[in-house]
Design a binder for this molecule. Structure first.
Ligand code: ATP
Ligand code: MG
Length: 570
C-alpha cells in the first residue's frame, strides 16, 4: 500500500495504490466538498476471515492515510442468518487488527424505516411492484446475458393494489416466499441486475436488533447503496464481484436523492478478493466446518479466520505485511499460502524469544557429571535483537534431547548424536556418546554420554568446533507441556476448484497432532502468558494457547522454522 520511495533528488514520496490514487484525484478536484469517508460493511452472519482483513486494511487504511473517517456498518438485512455473537466477534477482530471506527458504528437495520418509505415512494412512482410468483419462477424468467427476460404477469398491477399488498406483506398476512417486491426497470437490460431485481422479501424470524417489528426485509442490493448515501460515504470500496451491481446502486441513489445526487453520490471502487491456497474462504463452508465439528470452532488455529490466525500465533503486523506484499489489483488471483507463512516467520524471527523445548524426549545421562552438581547456563534471548539479553537455563547430570537427534546406526552425514561421536549442547558443553540402554522391544530408553568440561560455551575452550548442535532441557528442572502441531487445513492446493468432490473430503487428515509429553525449560514455564510467542530452538514458532492452565501450558505451533511443504511439492 502507501509505501514511500526515494526519488533521484532524494525526496521521500508516497506511492499510492490505485484506490488511493482515485481518492487523491477526487480530493484534489474538490468532489464531495473535499470530504473522504469510507466504510467497512460486514454482514454479521459469520466470523471475519483473512479475506475480510484485506478489505478492512483497505477501507480503514485509506481513510487513515488520506485523512477521513471509516464507518463500521453491519449489513444486517437477513435475520435468518445473523446474530450478535458475530457482531461482537467482528468488532473484536477489527480492533485486534489495529483499527477503530470511533463513534461511527451503524447498522443497515437503523435504515429500515427510511428504506421502507423509499420503497413506498417507488411504488407510488410506478417503479416497483409486488410479484406473487415463487423465486424459482422469477429466476426462470430472468433470461440470460444474451437473451432478454420475460415480464412477470404481475408487473402491471395498479399502484393501489401494490401499496395494499406491500403493506400487508409487512403486516405478516402472507407466508415467507409468497410474494416479493420488485423494482420495475427493464427485463431486457444487458445488465442482469436491472431485470426487475427483488427489493424486499418476507422473512418471519425475529431480527436480533429490531425483533418482530418487520416482516419484510430489504435485499442487500436495495440496502447497500442507499446506506452508503445515508451515511455520507464518499468512497465505497468493495470487491470485484460488485462491478455489475454498481449501476444499480447508482440508479437507486439517483431516485432517492433526485437533483442532490449531482452534488453527492457515493463512488464505488472495486479490487480483487483474496483467495489463498490450501484453504477455503467461503463463509458458508467455514460455518459448515464449525457446525459439523470438523474443526474446533471459529478460532481453531487451522481456520483462515482472523481469530483463528490470532490463536495460531499470527500478529496483526504479519497479516498486514502479507496483504501489502500481494497488493490490490483489478485481477482475480489465487495467492500462495506460503507467502503468508513467510510473513509470520519473518516477524517472529525478529520478535520472538528463543527457548528450549523437547517435543519427543529421550533421556541422556552425563556419566562423568557429578550428581550433586548443577549450574546455570546463559542462553541468548534473541540474536536478532542486540538488546534482548539472556536468560538462565539449569544444567545437570540428566537432560532430555529429541529422540530423533540420536541414532544408534546412522546413515552417512548424520551429524547429530551417535555412539563414539560428539555434539554440542546449545549454550553448554560438547558431549560424546558412549552407549545407550534399550527396552525389550529395542526402543532406546536412555543414552549415555560424557561431558568435555573444557568446552563450555562462552569460555576460552568453546572454540572447539563439532558438526552438530542440539537443543536440550534439564530433566531435573524441566516442566511438562502440551504442544499442538498444526498444519494446513486442506491437502489440496485449491479445494474450491475441485467441483467433483465435496470440500470436506479434501481436508488434510494430518492437520493436527497433539503431543502431551513435551519438556520445556523452567524459564519458559515461568514467563509464558496466553498469546505470547516463542521460537523453540531448531523446531519452529509457538504461541501460548488460552487452554493453558497454571499447571500445564498448551502451545500451538504457528509455523515450522522452514517451509516443509516446499520440499513435499517438488
Ligand atoms: P457473503 O457471501 O456472506 O456476502 P462476504 O465474505 O462477502 O460473504 P461480507 O460480510 O459481505 O461477507 O463482507 C464484508 C466485506 O468484505 C465486503 O465488502 C466484501 O467485499 C469484503 N470481502 C469478503 N471476502 C473478501 C475476500 N476474500 N477478499 C477481500 N475482500 C473480501
Ligand atoms: Mg458480501
Amino acid at each position: 500500500m502507501a509505501e514511500t520511495i526515494t526519488t533521484n533528488s532524494g525526496e521521500e514520496k508516497k506511492v499510492l495504490n490505485f484506490v488511493e490514487q482515485i481518492v487523491a484525484d477526487d480530493l484534489k478536484e474538490g468532489k464531495n466538498g473535499g470530504r473522504l469517508n469510507t466504510r467497512f460493511p460486514p454482514e454479521p452472519n459469520g466470523y471475519l476471515h483473512i479475506g475480510h482483513a484485506k478489505a478492512i486494511c483497505m477501507d480503514f487504511g485509506v481513510a487513515e492515510r488520506m485523512g477521513g473517517p471509516c464507518n463500521l456498518r453491519f449489513d444486517d438485512t437477513n435475520p435468518a442468518k445473523e446474530d450478535t455473537e458475530y457482531e461482537q466477534a467482528i468488532k473484536r477482530d477489527i480492533h485486534w487488527l489495529g483499527y477503530d471506527w470511533g463513534d461511527r458504528l451503524y447498522y443497515a437495520s437503523d435504515y429500515f424505516p427510511r428504506l421502507y418509505e423509499f420503497a413506498i415512494d417507488l411504488i407510488k412512482r410506478g417503479l416497483a411492484y409486488v410479484d406473487d410468483q415463487t423465486s424459482e419462477q422469477i429466476a426462470e424468467q430472468k433470461g440470460t446475458p444474451t437473451q432478454p427476460g420475460v415480464e412477470s404477469p404481475f408487473r402491471n398491477r395498479s399502484v393501489e393494489e401494490n401499496l395494499d399488498l406491500f403493506e400487508r406483506m409487512n403486516k405478516g398476512e402472507f407466508d415467507e416466499g409468497a410474494r416479493v417486491l420488485r423494482a420495475k426497470i427493464d427485463m431486457a437490460s444487458s445488465n442482469m441486475h436491472f431485470r426487475d431485481p427483488i427489493m424486499y422479501r418476507i422473512i418471519k424470524k425475529p431480527h436480533w436488533r429490531t425483533g418482530n417489528k418487520w416482516n419484510v426485509y430489504p435485499m442487500y442490493d436495495f440496502a447497500h447503496g442507499q446506506s452508503d448515501y445515508f451515511e455520507g460515504v464518499t468512497h465505497s470500496i468493495c470487491t470485484l464481484e460488485f462491478v455489475p451491481h454498481r449501476p444499480l446502486y447508482d440508479y437507486f441513489v439517483r431516485l432517492l436523492a433526485g437533483d442532490k445526487a449531482a452534488e453527492y453520490c457515493p463512488r464505488q471502487i472495486e479490487f480483487n478478493r483474496l483467495n489463498l491456497t490450501y484453504t477455503v474462504m467461503s463463509k458458508r463452508k467455514l460455518l459448515q466446518l464449525v457446525k459439523e465439528h470438523l474443526v474446533d470452532g471459529w478460532d481453531d488455529p487451522r481456520m483462515p479466520t482472523i481469530c483463528g490466525l490470532r490463536r495460531r500465533g499470527f500478529t496483526p503486523q504479519s497479516i498486514k505485511n502479507f496483504l501489502n506484499d500481494i497488493g490490490y489489483t483489478k485481477y482475480e488471483a489465487l495467492n500462495d499460502i506460503s507467502l503468508l507463512e513467510h510473513s509470520i516467520r519473518e516477524d517472529l524471527n525478529k520478535n520472538a524469544n528463543r527457548v528450549c523445548a523437547v517435543l519427543n524426549p529421550v533421556k541422556v545421562v552425563l556419566t562423568n557429571y557429578p550428581d550433586d552438581r548443577e549450574e546455570l547456563i546463559d542462553m541468548d534471548n534473541n540474536p536478532e535483537q542486540p538488546d534482548a539479553g539472556v536468560h538462565k537455563m539449569p544444567f545437570c547430570r540428566e537432560i532430555y534431547i529429541e529422540r530423533d537427534d540420536f541414532m544408534e546406526n546412522p546413515p552417512k552425514k548424520f551429524f547429530r548424536l551417535t555412539p563414539g561421536k560428539e555434539v554440542r549442547l546449545k549454550g553448554a558443553y560438547i558431549i560424546m556418546c558412549t552407549g545407550c540402554i534399550k527396552d525389550d522391544e529395542g526402543n532406546v530408553t536412555e543414552i549415555q554420554c560424557t561431558v568435555d568440561f573444557d568446552t563450555l560455551s562462552g569460555t576460552a575452550g568453546s572454540d572447539r568446533k563439532v558438526k552438530g548442535t542440539l537443543h536440550w532441557v534439564s530433566a531435573r528442572h524441566c516442566k511438562e507441556a502440551t504442544v499442538r502441531l498444526y498444519d494446513r487445513l486442506f491437502a489440496v492446493e485449491n479445494p474450491s476448484a475441485e467441483s467433483e468432490r465435496d470440500f470436506r473430503e479434501l481436508l488434510n487428515p494430518d492437520s493436527l497432532k497433539v503431543l502431551d509429553n513435551v519438556k520445556i525449560e523452567p524459564y519458559l514455564a515461568e514467563v509464558a502468558h496466553v498469546e505470547d510467542k516463542f521460537q523453540f530452538q531448531r523446531i519452529g514458532y509457538f504461541c501460548v494457547d488460552p487452554d493453558s492452565t497454571p499447571d500445564r501450558l498448551v502451545f500451538n505451533r504457528t509455523i515450522s522454522l522452514k517451509d516443509s511443504w516446499a520440499k513435499k511439492n517438488k
